[in-house]
Ligand binder design. Sequence first.
Ligand SMILES: Cc1cc2nc3c(=O)[nH]c(=O)nc-3n(C[C@H](O)[C@H](O)[C@H](O)COP(=O)(O)OP(=O)(O)OC[C@H]3O[C@@H](n4cnc5c(N)ncnc54)[C@H](O)[C@@H]3O)c2cc1C
Length: 482
Amino acid sequence: MNINRRNFLKISLQVIAISSISRVSQAAITLTPSNADIIIIGAGISGIAAARSLKAKGYNVLILEARNRIGGRIWTDNSLGIPLDLGASWIHGITNNPIKQLADQFALKTLPVNYEARQIFDDNGTPLTARADTTLSNRYKAIYERVIAIQEQRIDDDLSDISWQTALTQELANENFSSTELKELYFSLNTELEHEYGADLSELSLFNFDEGSAFKGIDHIFSGGYGQLIDKLVIDGKLTSNILLNQVVKSIDYTQRKGVKVTTGKNVFSAIAVLVTLPLGVLKANTVRFTPPLPQTKQSAIKKLGFGTLNKTYFQFPDCFWKEDDHSELYNFISSAKGHWSEWLNMHHYNQQPVLLGFNAGKYGKDIESLSDKALISDGMQMLQKTYGKTIPDPKSYLITRWNADPYAKGAYSFIGVGATTKDYDELAKPVTNKLFFAGEATSSEYSATVHGAFLSGERAAKNIMSAVPLLKSVVKKSILK
Ligand SMILES: Cc1cc2nc3c(=O)[nH]c(=O)nc-3n(C[C@H](O)[C@H](O)[C@H](O)COP(=O)(O)OP(=O)(O)OC[C@H]3O[C@@H](n4cnc5c(N)ncnc54)[C@H](O)[C@@H]3O)c2cc1C
């Protein structure tokens, strides 16, 4: 499809980042460093949760954040005139979920999500009948159960872990599926598993891919964006003056007799202890130097755990050319190439705006990051045109995420790769001496890859710090490097 470039409101994420700095972030930007007992690296929800707890108990905290905004992988963009989440969208399971409790406490509106309200389209753009949808779901469930049977047998036989794909291939050898049935099966596997874990089946551990817990209840979405929660947490926790933006941490030296030295691109800071909330992708990339190096057990956990990709593309159209009143929340497309633009959210259902959100996960999610904006939008439009016709309008604007290329995330969220277990999450969570503490979604063996997991990990780390670091007078010193 030939997209007329002038029809687009061109937006680069860099521009978005600057234009969408919240009231809270701008206040933080103007600050100069203050003394602190505890330095927290990263102003994502885990760092903010820890800072709130510590400050409430009288600790003097300082958050160093590389970006020019707070929130990390929670990022609500308002540049298209409406709040749209580029990172997390859903509260997964609202029953007893601390994120839902906080949303209620701060009177933030959330809306229920009904994943059953979906319409699947085949490769020609024809909607599947309810019967065909049921057949497809049943085939997926049957194969899923048989792969799980292989998992159980291998564990009983004391065999080693293999990938989900290897077990699936083994199982499919006994089948005689037509090419259409296979395409449909891979569509289900992509939308049910690869999107959830941000990883291809060939990367997922057969033994442990779904280990962990989940809160019960339906999912909710923030109608005004997830970023509101971050702002509320910062204001409520009186943390505005405790955050320094644009501070890219380069090294953490915990060889000091007393405390830890943290060097950013601009300053050197020292504190009694440091809480590291760097995303697993950043730890894997080794862009922050630890002196001495992290213990081998922690390094091994960092290596074994996977860090997946989920990318979002918002298409803002001049009007709603798809059915406004069919109550569908999800549109799914069975593409001939597995996982290409298979999942879409009908944003109109939640915000009454002519906006569709396309997802791409795992390998394809990573691959499309190298496309130009124009090529990427054209790729998504081709999928929509199959169903809605060549005459649908070009989007008047769009938003594209490239989480894998983002130097301060290097991916979307963690998953359990072949050979890894939940113990690797626990290993990542362990403090190193009583100076170096860890939080973040990839330190939560119970709720990894989620906002609530990250939030709870911050609270857990704060408790660890409180018992290891007695409340003393502030000892942080700062010297300006340049
Ligand atoms: C596209 C996408 C969709 C998602 N959807 C959902 C969802 O619907 N529901 C859900 O529960 N979860 C979802 N998640 C996962 C959720 O967003 C994360 O689990 C959670 O936000 C992670 O919080 P965190 O504090 O662990 O990490 P982060 O939010 O990544 O915070 C870490 C901080 O460290 C900073 N940093 C990195 N490097 C440096 C450095 N060198 N110096 C200083 N600071 C640095 C980063 O900028 C960042 O602000 C999604 C994630 C993505 C990417």
